[in-house]
Design a protein around this ligand. Structure first.
Ligand SMILES: Cc1ncc(COP(=O)(O)O)c(C=O)c1O
Length: 460
């Protein structure tokens, strides 16, 4: 065997490498109690990890030892039940384990020609989600990397649809000088990011005190900006508060005006699966496009966002890449996932959730989501009961935001750093309208009421 083939041939060395990696993965997947861990500084990591890349290699055993003892402990354990910041991740064991299979199988998820089996399974999940959300039978899309890319891809398709309609109807100037997208002032930062990439303008509509975008405000924005608005984004679960916009009301306005309705449900739309919260999402069935991130509340590993179009042809018209070497893929009627978003090469990242849904069934997902909503309600009640704490808004989903009376930003920072230093919990401060606060994002089924009250106890 030549040295060039050493990395690929099946040899004793290869078998040992695979065993080392699988043994580590098995231990991590089955660990009862993984510490929260915390970041180190770049200098500390240089010191602790040493040089790992040279001409000869340090060998798999040494490399995994560096990972296990230096690198992994410098990464916060996002599936810890005490990880309550941002939006946590809590992959089911089946989903996390199956991610290894996706890697081991060298699947290409971009085209039907190369990945038909994987694409079929991903599409079954997308169809199931579309049906849950009340979209018509032909709805479909693709799993992309995350909500940011999902929102961008949907908005690009929306603008393309508006542009071709404007060109078809053109009398006078074919398209507006400036395209605009209407969303709530509390919409996720990825909408502004998409607008920057697309060089379009954001019309950020103020919400009421409850954080909800309402149809009257959307109607006023459309009155002001007319045909320059190519899409309205409703948020199905804001990141800061988990608030769901008045989607049914907004959908009535967008249908009236013939404007594309995109639903950003990256975090919250999963809660439409729960009988407890389903009613909050009335109107989703009118969406022209929507996203939900399985790596958030659908218990899949990073990274996966389900992007679904009511009429997938709109996505395809906007996104298919054309090149001579791709003719075999694009000159067919095959369903190729690459055609539906800003991407070409793609991992079949929908397979972990497919395997998990196939393994456990959908009912347990509904239960797990309902349990998180119930826990959020219960801890909100507890916060309202406790002197010295003030709930900022009643939670609708799993995000609970509250203030410790009299605390400055520096107090929250000190408290949060202390929690992580003691490996108690990961709760970063947030803020609302300039006032600092604390925020629990609850979705991990292993998070308990007692975990949360023990954290509140540290705010005395
Ligand atoms: C409502 C909402 N939209 C979009 C995103 C962006 O998703 P991602 O981080 O997967 O890009 C998030 C992330 O938290 C979100 O909560």
């Amino acid at each position: 065997m030549t040295d060039a083939a050493r990395m690929h041939e099946i040899t004793d060395e290869t078998r040992a490498i695979v065993d080392i990696v699988l043994d580590y993965s098995r231990t991590r997947l089955l660990a009862e109690d993984t510490p929260l861990d915390k970041p180190l500084t770049p200098d500390e990591l240089v010191q602790a990890a040493g040089r790992t890349i040279d001409e000869q290699g340090i060998g798999a055993r040494q490399a995994i030892s560096v990972f296990e003892h230096v690198l992994a402990p410098a990464c916060i354990t996002t599936d810890s039940p005490q990880y309550l910041s941002f939006i946590p991740s809590a992959p089911s064991k089946a989903a996390a384990a199956f991610d290894l299979v996706v890697s081991a199988s060298s699947l290409y998820g971009g085209s039907w020609l190369e990945g038909a089996g994987a694409v079929h399974a991903e599409n079954e999940v997308l169809r199931w989600l579309a049906a849950e959300f009340g979209l018509p039978e032909g709805a479909g899309g693709v799993f992309v990397q995350g909500g940011t890319l999902g929102n961008l891809s949907a908005l690009v398709a929306a603008r393309e649809a508006a542009r071709s309609r404007a060109l078809r109807q053109a009398q006078g100037p074919a398209t507006p000088d400036r395209w605009r997208v209407v969303c709530s002032a509390e919409a996720h930062s990825s909408i502004a990011s998409a607008a920057r990439v697309m060089d379009v303008e954001i019309v950020a509509v103020p919400t009421g005190d409850d954080g909800m975008l309402r149809p009257e405000a959307v109607r006023a924005a459309l009155d002001e900006h007319g045909d320059s608005v190519f899409a309205v984004v409703a948020t199905a679960g804001s990141t800061n508060f988990g608030i769901v916009d008045d989607i049914a009301g907004i959908a009535e306005v967008t249908r009236d005006r013939g404007v594309w309705l995109h639903i950003d449900g990256a975090y919250g739309l999963a809660a439409m699966l729960s009988p407890r919260t389903r009613h909050l999402f009335a109107g989703v069935e009118h969406a022209d496009s929507l996203i939900v991130d399985p790596h958030k509340w659908l218990f899949a590993p990073f990274d996966a966002c389900a992007l679904i179009y009511r009429d997938p042809e709109r996505g395809r018209a906007a996104h298919t890449q054309h090149a001579e070497y791709l003719d075999t893929l694009t000159e067919t009627a095959d369903w190729s996932p690459s055609d539906y978003a800003v991407q070409l090469t793609r991992r079949a990242r929908g397979l972990p959730i497919w395997f998990s849904l196939a393994t456990y069934g959908a009912a347990v997902y509904r239960e797990a989501i309902t349990a998180a909503v119930d826990l959020a309600t219960r801890i909100a009640d507890e916060i309202e009961r406790r002197p010295g704490l003030t709930l900022v808004r009643r939670p609708q989903l799993g995000v609970v935001v509250f203030e410790r009376d009299g605390w400055s930003k520096a107090d929250y920072d000190r408290w949060s750093t202390g929690l992580l230093d003691r490996q108690h919990a990961f709760v970063v401060p947030s803020s609302h309208r300039g006032r600092p606060n604390a925020r629990f994002a609850i979705l991990n089924p292993r998070t308990t009421f007692e975990h949360l009250t023990a954290i509140l106890d540290t705010m005395q």
